[in-house]
Each structure stands twice: as structure tokens, then as C-alpha cells.
Design a protein around this ligand. Structure first.
Ligand code: GTP
Ligand code: MN
Ligand code: MN
Length: 616
């Protein structure tokens, strides 16, 4: 039986209660908190309650430390400037520590769990000295779920604790629901910057040595050295994608890097669409899209992560485990993503690595004309003549989902919503047409498994290089990617009727003309593609069968009132056999990486494609 919050009638605001009067009787949790405190040696332990007062205390402390700068033009909003070396996910420092290296597969970094635990235990020893250890009980997804997905993050970063207030359901309510025995994912995080007595702190403590380690066998996450969101807000990529994907494989569901939206047609018919695009390739934008075509309505359910489970009706249902948006700032403005702007305008938002205007507001590239003077993300004076952009290309806003003006009311429904269509998409200047419909589920899995995109600033490393990013999950699959493809295929087989599975489409908003322009206007105009998708679901829209799937005829796409030349429309829809012939060997070598473990039906799909292209 769950204990009530009254059982924990202890003043959790008093840091001294840490271990002597903890606000829970959860024995395993208490034992673990004690163990970690012993190892990391923090000055004090604070159990986070998720209250308004706690948010105010955390942000005030962070302002006093110099980690946060107030953004007075927006209510209750703050800006963090990170260490310039700690600005993105570090994929080369991210590890899947399965017992068997084969279970991590060729796309993940693997280290033996015992070795990793030993190495990181050495790093954690005394790593919280001079700091506070926050205990953050949180829940991914609705607290009303049959089996709520709990986690507890222990962190020495107040920035992380404050961000978790926005991104997750957390605090007293969660602890109460956990009772004395609920399972939870252990999430340990340290910035790795202990303070000796008298040593003064820096605004953004972090460590050159970084590890983002996952132990799928024990459902555990250990993160060290970085304060950046994707590396430190452990409920997000680490739990809700990497660990959850491994749980989903075992239990018959899926954790995906997907937006979820609710679409209503002019006739009042409702559809739910998910979209898997790699980092910084348009999920947040599509999730909040404002349709440009009359009569259509889009409502947001999630912008980054979807958990997909079969419902009692045999359909696949999607729910968003998060409680906030951690969105890419540059490129976001009232023309491209007005609903994101309205969400952050309501305040209560943490910005990271954006610029500050002279009148105390935030600014970033893509937000109209640049002001004459700014303070840039490194805290320096900036003018339009400055050499570097004012905001880091991976700067972010962290804002509560409830502030989204087009939030669908089903966002907290533990069952989620039934999915009609899955969109895969990436950033490709050539080859991939605006939209293609898969022939069937397995062909859809093939499309996802071969998804490719140009790299972005969301991860450290070179930008603009084409790489395979299967299902937009390359950095987030918590096990062997070949097994993950097998799981997708198995989900199709598990369906009581394949007709109940979502239809799969592949989109590319980023195809370019020979002179380098985007051929398609994108953003709100993507509603025209959603319309074609819906009309395909309804069996009404025209398509041509091409070697790669069904594509719209130029006439089937609603381009009414759109300023687009016929030549550009043709170019953006074009399936060029010569370009596809160049793609085939890339897919071949991609598949070859998985050896015998790759499901043979995917090789069969590639062979069929080659035959249709006439390249074999
Ligand atoms: P993560 O949050 O990192 O997983 O990325 P995301 O998929 O949510 O990407 P987001 O929607 O934030 O978009 C990233 C960048 O792509 C922004 O700079 C956008 O302005 C740009 N973008 C989004 N949609 C479109 C589009 O339809 N066309 C073009 N040209 N750019 C777009
Ligand atoms: Mn993402
Ligand atoms: Mn996003």
C-alpha cells in the first residue's frame, strides 16, 4: 500500500534532515542514498519536494552563485551560461555497459559493467565535497499509470534539480506514490568538481573527464563530469530512451525519439501522428505546428520522446513521458514556431547559452533582426559585426509543457493516444523526397533502419556530415541496434492485425536546390504534407508508386496559396534513380556492420529496392 505524504511530515526544506529524518520509508532508496553520500561526501543532503518555494530557493541560490542570470523581461525566467566545453551531448563518452559486448552492438560504446563501476566509483569518491546532494524523486509519464515509471536522481547540481522541476513530475507526490517498495531507476549524477574548504566555486562547475554510463541489466545510470541537459537530466535521454528501450524490448513496448501530435481535419476527424527526426531536425517545430491551410488544427502531446504500447483495441498507443520541453533555441521565433514562443513568454523558463539583450530579454539567431548590442552566450559584448553567433547553435529553452497554448488535453492520459501514422525524417540536402509512404510495416521498418541525416550541433563533433541515424535513435538505443530493428519487426508481427499498425511515412523538409536554397518552405507549411498523409490514410490522395515507395503527384499535394515554383515543387518531390543508386552501397555497408544479427527481411527489402532501381 502506498504511504501518504502525511507519513513524511518532516520539514524537507531543512537540509540537516538529509539522512537522519528522510521523508520516506523506502528502504532500498534510503540505503542507496546513504551509500552514495558515503562515497561522494556531500556537505548536505536535500530531498527535493517539487514545491514552488523550492524552485524559488534553487533559482535564488543559482543566481547568487552566478550560474543563473535573471531574464527580467520574462516572468520567473533565468539564463545559464555553461562552460564553453560543456554545451552538448557527448556521444563518444556515452556507454552501454551490458554484460555481453554483443548486447551493446556495433553502434554503442561498450565497457564491461564491473570495470565501469570501478572506474567511476574512483571518480565519484569525494566528488560532491563542498556541495549539496539533491535527491530528486521523479516519474516519467503519468503518475496515474498502472505501473508508474519511477526514477530517483542524486545530483550535486542545483541547475539539474531546478531543470528537473520543469522536465519531470517530481517531488513529494512521487515519493508518496513510491511508497516503501516501488522499483525505480537509480540515476547518479555528479559534475565532478568537489570544493576544498575555502575554495571558491565557478559559475558552471564540470570536469574534463566525462562519462555517461548506462547499466541496462541493473536499470541504472551513472553520469559524471557534465552539467549539460542531455548528459545530466537523467530522466530524459538516459532513462526515457536508453534504459526504457531496453525495458521495452523485454516487455513488448517501444521507447522512441518521437514527437506526438493530434491533428484534426476540417471535417472534424482526429488523427494522431508521431515523428522520429534526429536531434535538431524539426520535432519540436512539427509538434507545435500552426497549420497554414484552412480548417486544420494541430495540438501538441510531446516534442521529443514517445513510449509506444499496444492498447486493448490492438492499436499502438503513444504517450509522452516528459513534463516539459527542452527545445533548440536558434531558429525559433514567431514566424517559425509561434507556439514555442508563446510557451516561453509565459515565463518559468530556464534558458541555456542564449544571448541577453540590453532590456533584459533573451535573443538568439533566427529571431528577426539582431539588436545593435547583446551579451553573448559567453558573457561578452556582442554586435552584429561580431565574428561568432551570439547564441550557441545548441542553446536551449527548458519550459513547462502545461504552458503550451496548443497542448492537447490527453497529454497526461496514462494510456496515451492511438497512433495513425509514424513519420521518419532527416536532414538531407539531396536524394530524399519531401514525403514517401511505405508499402507496409516491414518496408516502414526498413525506412527507419536506413534513416540518414546530416549531423547537427546537438552533439559534439563535426556538423553537416551524412550519417545513418536509425529511427533517429542512433545515440539512444540502449542495446544492439540489430536487435532493436528486430524488435520493430516483432511489434508488427505481435499486432493482432497489421492493418491496426500505424502507416509509415518518410519526410525531408531539408532538400536543397542546386544553388543551396531550401526547396520547401517548411514549418507551418508542413501541414500540407500532414494533409496528404491523412488523405492517404483515408484512401483519397493520389500517389505514384516509385522504387522507394508511394510519393505524391505534384497535383496531389495542396499547394494553394503557396509561393512555390512548379520547378521547385517537382524538384522537392523528385525520386532520382541516379541519386538512389548512390545511396544503395551506403545502405549495404551500413547493414553489413550488423553481420548475422541483422534481420534478414531488411536485406530482402534492400534487394527488392535494388531490383526496382535496376541496379542489380
Ligand atoms: P532535439 O530537440 O535536439 O531532439 O531536436 P528537434 O528535432 O526538436 O529539432 P527542432 O524542432 O528544435 O528544430 C531544429 C532546427 O531545425 C531549428 O533551427 C529549426 O528552426 C529547424 N527546422 C525545424 N523545422 C524546419 C523546417 O520545416 N524547415 C527548415 N528549413 N528548418 C526547420
Ligand atoms: Mn531529442
Ligand atoms: Mn526538440
Amino acid at each position: 500500500a502506498a504511504e501518504t505524504a502525511a507519513d513524511s511530515a518532516v520539514d524537507t526544506a531543512d537540509p540537516a534532515v538529509g539522512l537522519t529524518h528522510p521523508p520516506t520509508r523506502h528502504h532500498r532508496l534510503l540505503a542507496w542514498v546513504g551509500e552514495v553520500a558515503e562515497l561522494t561526501d556531500p556537505d548536505q543532503i536535500v530531498w527535493c519536494d517539487g514545491s514552488r518555494a523550492e524552485w524559488e530557493r534553487l533559482t535564488a541560490e543559482l543566481v547568487a552563485f552566478g550560474t543563473l542570470v535573471p531574464v527580467p523581461a520574462k516572468p520567473d525566467s533565468f539564463l545559464a551560461r555553461t562552460d564553453p566545453t560543456d554545451v552538448a551531448r557527448v556521444e563518444e563518452r556515452t556507454f552501454i555497459c551490458s554484460e555481453d559486448p554483443e548486447d551493446a552492438g556495433p553502434t554503442n560504446n561498450w565497457t564491461a559493467p564491473d570495470y565501469m563501476r570501478e572506474t567511476m566509483t574512483g571518480l565519484y569518491r569525494g566528488s560532491m565535497r563542498g556541495r549539496t546532494m539533491y535527491v530528486v524523486p521523479f516519474c516519467m509519464g503519468s503518475l496515474d499509470a498502472d505501473e508508474p515509471m519511477f526514477g530517483v536522481e542524486l545530483t550535486d547540481s542545483a541547475y539539474v534539480a531546478a531543470s528537473m522541476h520543469i522536465m519531470t513530475r517530481m517531488g513529494t507526490e512521487v515519493l508518496a506514490k513510491m511508497g516503501s517498495s516501488a522499483d525505480f531507476v537509480k540515476c547518479l549524477h555528479s559534475v565532478g568538481a568537489p570544493l576544498e574548504p575555502g575554495q571558491s566555486d565557478v559559475p558552471w562547475p564540470c570536469n574534463e573527464t566525462k562519462y555517461i554510463s548506462h547499466f541496462p541489466g541493473d536499470r541504472e545510470i551513472w553520469s559524471f563530469g557534465s552539467g549539460y541537459g542531455g548528459n545530466s537530466l537523467l530522466g530524459k535521454k538516459c532513462y526515457a530512451l536508453r534504459i526504457a528501450s531496453a525495458i521495452g524490448r523485454d516487455e513488448g513496448w517501444m521507447a522512441e525519439h518521437m514527437l506526438i501530435l493530434r491533428l484534426t481535419s476540417p471535417e472534424g476527424r482526429v488523427y494522431h501522428v508521431t515523428g522520429a527526426f534526429p536531434s535538431a531536425c524539426g520535432k519540436t517545430n512539427l509538434a507545435m505546428l500552426e497549420p497554414t491551410i484552412p480548417g486544420w488544427k494541430v495540438e501538441t502531446l510531446g516534442d521529443d520522446i514517445a513510449w509506444l504500447r499496444f492498447g486493448e483495441d490492438g492499436r499502438l498507443w503513444a504517450s509522452n513521458p516528459e513534463y516539459g520541453f527542452f527545445g533548440v533555441a536558434p531558429g525559433t521565433d514567431y514566424h517559425t514556431n509561434p507556439n514555442a514562443m508563446r510557451t516561453i513568454a509565459k515565463g518559468h523558463t530556464l534558458f541555456t547559452n542564449v544571448a541577453l539583450t540590453d532590456d533584459g530579454d533573451v535573443w538568439w539567431e533566427g529571431m528577426g533582426e539582431a539588436p545593435a548590442h547583446l551579451i553573448d552566450w559567453k558573457g561578452r559584448d556582442w554586435t552584429p559585426d561580431s565574428e561568432e553567433p551570439s547564441s550557441h547553435p545548441n542553446s536551449r529553452f527548458c519550459t513547462p509543457i502545461k504552458q503550451c497554448p496548443v497542448l492537447a488535453e490527453q497529454y497526461d492520459d496514462p494510456r496515451g493516444v492511438p497512433i495513425d501514422a509514424i513519420l521518419f525524417g532527416g536532414r538531407r540536402a539531396t536524394t530524399i523526397p519531401l514525403v514517401t509512404q511505405a508499402r507496409d510495416w516491414v518496408h516502414g521498418v526498413y525506412m527507419g533502419a536506413t534513416l540518414s541525416s546530416e549531423t547537427t550541433a546537438a552533439a559534439t563533433g563535426e556538423v553537416g556530415v551524412v550519417r545513418r541515424d536509425p529511427m533517429a535513435m542512433l545515440p539512444f538505443i540502449g542495446y544492439n541496434a540489430a536487435d532493436y530493428f528486430g524488435h520493430w519487426i516483432a511489434m508488427g508481427k505481435a499486432a493482432t492485425d497489421e492493418a491496426l499498425m500505424p502507416q509509415v511515412f518518410y519526410v525531408n523538409w531539408f532538400r536543397r536546390s542546386e544553388d543551396g536554397r531550401f526547396l520547401w518552405p517548411g514549418f507551418g507549411e508542413n501541414s500540407r504534407v500532414l494533409k496528404w498523409v491523412v488523405e492517404r490514410l483515408e484512401g483519397r490522395a493520389e500517389a505514384v508508386e516509385t522504387p522507394i515507395g508511394y510519393c505524391p503527384t505534384p497535383a496531389a499535394l495542396d499547394v494553394d496559396g503557396l509561393d512555390l515554383t512548379e520547378a521547385d515543387l517537382e524538384a522537392v518531390l523528385k525520386v532520382d534513380p541516379a541519386e538512389w543508386a548512390e545511396e544503395v552501397p551506403l545502405v549495404e555497408s551500413w547493414f553489413a556492420r550488423f553481420g548475422d544479427r541483422l534481420p534478414t527481411v531488411l536485406w530482402a527489402e534492400l534487394d527488392a529496392l535494388k531490383q526496382r532501381l535496376g541496379t542489380q
